[in-house]
Structure formats: structure tokens, C-alpha cells
Design a protein. Structure first.
Lengths: 294, 294
């Protein structure tokens, strides 16, 4: 069991190992041919810290604050107004990935990035990754990826799973750090997606969002569109992951119950925790199942 | 040079081997790290026979003929009318993948497959693959994949390229046979794409076409959306491949000049052949460069 060394030898780890053994045992009753071994993971709160808000919003809100500085008239308009005034209800909706709040934000994205080249966007994300620190831990967000989850991704890959991340967050945002951080190629990153126009020999971002948000039922929809399959193994941590987890043969739900080492909260996760009981998903207690968090 | 054994030792083969050697030689001036080794290939006319028309249209037109039989009133409407009357201009547009004709066809697809499950669609495609024969060769279409191209896909994969197919044809249609025919996973197939709705625990096709057709500029757009990159190596055979080929570092254009072993035609390929001269692409003569075709 040395592959998952940051996991305590409790029920969750045993369930993962048993499932992977069963689907990779040739001739066994649960054997899954390698072609079908697709694993999908949510990102925010599943692979890295999502408190006090999903990291990409920190990136976006800083960009919008710069825009208000350049054009103060924007301060009277949403979502700029809510950000400047630190509107509590708005930030609550952001923290819980409330689909309506997320949709409002997505409508504002085109104003900021329409016409941007992929290279320019990547440079902005890299600068943010390098310089901005998460408020509780005082380190860049990319250092707050959960070590036990990285071990799990590697363990699945070692057993011929193709690992994908499927997040409601921006596909292009995640693709900037996917390869160096998760060890998965950009094409294995699925998320809410801007359109692009190929013109004069290069790509420019448009103001479209293609295929809807990768939240709730949008997760299996985006996963099928990208991979042609539904997952054999899926991991999530919130209500917006329910459909993805329900579409998989093995579902893992991460419970944030570790106030000391990370955060303890069930907001926006109550329904998924109830569903885990109902459908016998494997619930991972950050506090009890993980030897180390980062 | 044994990997490409169906290729004659002429300039095209040499150019391919030289390029792959250059980008895989660590420390060399043209070295490309494995993460960036994305290769993309058109399908119709590049990986398999596209005459007398792209094979998927045979599949679609048979479906529509069945629909007319069930509901004769459809015979008065396009595109059913053109098919029943064997309208020459219409079939010319189909054969050349004329974007307007293809767009008309795509508008008709939803009528036939909206509300279909992926499993039901796959069963229809498999039945067609098994039973229908190409008129000139008298064998199922899937036996008319070019052997030299299969060797090329395998050669690139052996050099850590991730190989994708990007066709104006239907993504889900190609995904049915991609793994057994090309040796690439479903997620490496890019094409014109229906929407899907996840409802009651399953997926149903909608009447949307997401992200536009994967033709012309739509090819690099779809490739970037799926992979996060533009190709290092690309292969095509027609005018609708120009933008994809121009976006790659190495471009291969297949010329159909072998009336005896396949077909000889330049229709819908004249501009791409001119572009090949202008931009110094590698042109493959089916007649002279290939020892065997199938």
C-alpha cells in the first residue's frame, strides 16, 4: 500500500485500493479494459484549497480591480460594484459556487479577456501564480494542492487510468499549471470554456462560453464531450459535483472537516454528503484519512 | 527506417523522419519537449477513402432514406429531396465538403438524432460499419484506411507524440471506431460535435452543434479547445485543412494521384496544393510515395 503513503490505512484508502484492484484484475468479474479507465476530478476543494474563495476568483477580482482603477465609472456596475463594496451575499455566492453568481461573473469575463491571445492570458495567470498568496497559509495557491490527491492521481495513472480534471472553473486558467502541478496534459483539463477565433494565423478569445458551465449536470456533459465516456472513477467535494459522481462507477467525496490543517465547512456540500450515504460513495475525511494535507 | 515500411524512400518519407528526429533530439536546436508534441490529422481523404463521398454521408443518407420511407411527405423537403432525386450539384457539394452544403446537412441532423442515447447511436454506426460496402472496392469503409498513414500515426506515438484526428465529420461517429482502427482513444478525436444533456442519470443528444464546424479555421479552433495547443505536426489533403496545416510546425499534404489504386482528383484541393508550394509543406504523392495503399 506504499503508493498512497499520505493516506491512513482506514476504510477510504481500502475502498480505493479494492476498487482499483478489482477493475484491473484481468479475468475478474469487475475487470474494466484500459480504454474505459477514465478518472475525473473536480478541482476547487477537491485538488486544492477553495477557501475563502475558489482561487480563480482571486485572479479575476484583481483584474477587475485594476480595470476599475483605470476606469472609475465601472464601480457603479455589477459585478465591479459588489467587489469594490465587498458585498457579503455576493462573496457567499462566490464561495459556494452558486450557479447564478457564477453565471453573472461569466457574463463579465468577456469584457476583460475578449480579444486576448492564449499567450497573453497565460502570462497573466503565471504572474498571479507567482506573486499572490493565499490569506490563511501565506503561500501561492499552487502550493496548496493536496498531497494525498496527487498520490491518488499518480496511483490511478500507474494503473492505466487516464486522469482528467473537470471543474466549473476556467479550462484555460487550469491548463496553465496542469502539467507541472498535476502531471496531466492540457488536453486532460475540462472546464468552463471560452470560444476562440483563428484569424491571421493566430487565436483570439471571443466573448462566447461554449457548452455551458461545467457545474452540476454540466460536468458529465463536458466530460462526455471531451472524452466520449462517463468516468469509471470520479472525485469531488460539493453539491455541484453530484451528477459527475453519480455518473461514475466509483465515487469519492472529500469532506472538509479539518479546521486546524485546512478548513471545516459543509456549506454547498450538504446535499452531496447526503447523496454519499444514499448511494454508498466513499467519503474521505480530511482530518482522519490523511496523514498529511500538503 | 523500418517503421514506415509502406513508404518509399523518397523525399516525403525523408522529410518526416528528419523532422521527427530534429524535434526529439534532446539538446538540439529544434527540440520540442514531449508535452508539446501534438499531432493532428484530418480523416476523410487523409486517413481513409473519401470518394465518391465522405463515408459518414453514406451512413447519414441511408438513415434519411429510411425516414422518407417511413414518412413520404419528407421527400418534398431538403435535404431529403436532393438525396431522393440524386441532385448532382448537391452531391458535388457533399464530395468537396462545401461548407454551405455541410451546414445544410448539419441542420438536418438534429431531426434524426436529437434525443438519441450515445449507446443507440453507436449501435447504428456499428451496424453500418459491418454491413455497408464502398462501391469501388466492395469492402466496408473501415477496411479502406491507408496503411502508410496508420504506420505514421504509430511512428509518431512511438516518439511521444499524442495523435489526434480533427475532421469536419461528426466527432461521435468517428469515436465509434477510433480505438480499434486508429489506435487512439476517443478523447483524441476532434470533430463537429452535437450537444448532450445529462438527465435522469443518462445522456441524450440535443439539437445543438457546439463550437461550429471543424472545417477551415474551425480546425485550429477545435484543436485548441480540445488540447490547449496548436499542432507540432499536422496532416491533411484538402482546402478545408489549410488553416490547420498552416498552424503546425510540420505540415503534410496528401495528393490523390493514384487512379489505379485509389482515386485521382484535385477538386477541393487546388488551394491547398498551391499553399503547399508557397509554404514549403511536404506533399505526399499516393502514387509515388506509397508502396501499398491499404
Amino acid at each position: 500500500m506504499s503508493e498512497l503513503e499520505s493516506w491512513n490505512d482506514h476504510a477510504a484508502k481500502t475502498a480505493i485500493l479494492d476498487f482499483v484492484t478489482a477493475v484491473t484484475t484481468a479475468g475478474g468479474p469487475e475487470f474494466a479494459p484500459p480504454a474505459g479507465r477514465v478518472a475525473t476530478f473536480d478541482n476547487d476543494g477537491t485538488l486544492w484549497v477553495e477557501q475563502p474563495m475558489p482561487p480563480q476568483f482571486d485572479f479575476v477580482f484583481r483584474k477587475w480591480a485594476e480595470e476599475v482603477e483605470a476606469d472609475p465609472s465601472l464601480a457603479a456596475r455589477e459585478p465591479y460594484k459588489a467587489i469594490i463594496e465587498q458585498d457579503a451575499a455576493f462573496f457567499e455566492g462566490v464561495a459556494t459556487q452558486d450557479p447564478q453568481v457564477v453565471a453573472t461573473l461569466l457574463q463579465a469575463f468577456p469584457r476583460s479577456w475578449s480579444g486576448t491571445t492564449p499567450e497573453a492570458f497565460e502570462a497573466q495567470v503565471r504572474e498571479w501564480l507567482r506573486t499572490i498568496k493565499q490569506p490563511k497559509f501565506g503561500v501561492p495557491y499552487v502550493q496548496l494542492v493536496y498531497k494525498p490527491m496527487l498520490e491518488l492521481l499518480a496511483y490511478l495513472q500507474a494503473h492505466e487510468f487516464r486522469v482528467f480534471v473537470c471543474s466549473g472553473g476556467g479550462r484555460d486558467f487550469m491548463r496553465v499549471f496542469a502539467e507541472e502541478t498535476w502531471g496531466i496534459h492540457k488536453e486532460n483539463v475540462i472546464g468552463s470554456a471560452a470560444g476562440y477565433e483563428y484569424t491571421d494565423g493566430g487565436l483570439l478569445r471571443t466573448d462566447e462560453v461554449l457548452g455551458g458551465l461545467a457545474l452540476g449536470p454540466g460536468k458529465p456533459e463536458h466530460i462526455f464531450a471531451q472524452t466520449g465516456r462517463l468516468p469509471l472513477f470520479a472525485g469531488g467535494n460539493a453539491d455541484v459535483d453530484i451528477e459527475m459522481l453519480a455518473s461514475a462507477r466509483f465515487a469519492l467525496l472529500l469532506a472538509h472537516d479539518d479546521e486546524d490543517r485546512e478548513y471545516a465547512y459543509t456549506k454547498a456540500a450538504d446535499k452531496s454528503l447526503a447523496k454519499a450515504t444514499e448511494l454508498d460513495w466513499t467519503v474521505v475525511s480530511m482530518k482522519n484519512d490523511w496523514v498529511t494535507v500538503f
